[in-house]
Design a protein around this ligand. Structure first.
Ligand SMILES: [Zn+2]
Length: 306
């Protein structure tokens, strides 16, 4: 083989390897093109999407829409006693069971917990995932959330919001010709601006399902996750029962407080008599990047208000 031919064949090999490697990075099975909505939610840890959007995901899934929850880190430092590979595996087992209850799919990226960074490599990975899912809707943290992994997950998803449409960025995965709508999860941080929902969803009808899914993640909630301790895990079966109830009630209160905080905005989506009665809600704020749906289009994306 002459030098030019050798260079050509090596370049072809290298390209094939690179494409194979990038495909491995984002190995998800996209849903069928059946006209249903395609939702991809990003959370920094294996429990964030479930906490923030578990109810709405169950509502979408019940209508046959396709939901994928992606944890950007593997959660391998999220416990006061356990860490590393065994904890990452345990948490994957937990979210897999939770997703089954919610009727959705899940994916965990192999990035260490506490080490999510807005790198070019990660921007590519998130871009490819959104493209492969051919998402209509993308959910993520706001980039001013308290945890560095939450913040950088928010930044990474924002960074992908335009790039998913650019053909020559990650040309190994076809770009999206229609930009998805990007939404943020609620938080309580006020600076530089407080969370202000554009869509409010009552999750009353699926709240028990959501609580069942969250209760499965014992490493995080019953045992207290990174800031827990052995004190949370009583040996006495009666006290264990009380602890389980305490965790479940705490989650219910979380969605109750979202309903209370954004009662006025609930009134924009439900008739007055109904909005007042909503006990548990989830809310989403539209990101300024990506598609900018009007109210009719929002109702198509969140088809829960007929
Ligand atoms: Zn988290």
């Amino acid at each position: 083989m002459n030098r030019a031919a050798f260079l050509r064949s090596s370049t072809t090999c290298l390209l094939a390897l690179l494409i194979a490697a990038s495909a491995l990075e984002a190995a998800i099975t996209p849903p069928p093109d059946d006209g249903k909505l395609r939702i991809i939610a990003f959370g920094a840890h294996p429990d964030d999407c479930e906490l923030q959007a578990g109810g709405t995901a169950a509502l979408w899934a019940a209508k046959g829409h396709h939901v994928l929850f992606v944890s950007v880190s593997n959660g391998d430092i999220g416990h006061w006693r356990e860490a590393g590979g065994p904890l990452a595996r345990r948490r994957k087992g937990e979210v897999d069971k939770a997703h089954k209850i919610l009727g959705i799919k899940g994916e965990i990226l192999d990035i260490h917990d506490g080490e999510v960074l807005p790198t070019l490599e990660n921007r590519r990975m998130i871009t490819r995932l959104i493209r492969e899912w051919k998402a209509d809707i993308v959910l993520a943290h706001r980039p001013n959330d308290y945890h560095p992994d939450h913040r950088y997950t928010g930044v990474l998803v924002q960074d992908a919001a335009y790039m998913v449409t650019v053909p020559h960025f990650c040309p190994d995965v076809p770009h999206l010709t229609k930009n998805p709508a990007f939404f943020y999860y609620p938080d309580r941080f006020q600076k530089p601006n407080p969370f202000d929902p554009d869509v409010m969803v009552s999750v009353d009808s699926v709240m028990e399902k959501k609580l069942d899914a969250l209760a499965i993640m014992e490493s995080q909630f019953y045992e207290g996750g990174a800031n827990g301790s052995a004190d949370l895990m009583p040996g006495d079966p009666e006290k264990q029962k009380a602890r389980h109830k305490e965790v479940r009630d705490g989650f219910a209160r979380r969605n109750q407080s979202i309903a209370t905080r954004f009662r006025t905005q609930l009134g924009e989506w439900y008739p007055a008599g109904e909005a007042e009665k909503v006990k548990h809600a989830e809310g989403f704020e539209l990101c300024e990047y990506g598609a900018q749906p009007n109210k009719a289009e929002l109702k198509r994306l969140f088809p829960f208000f007929e």
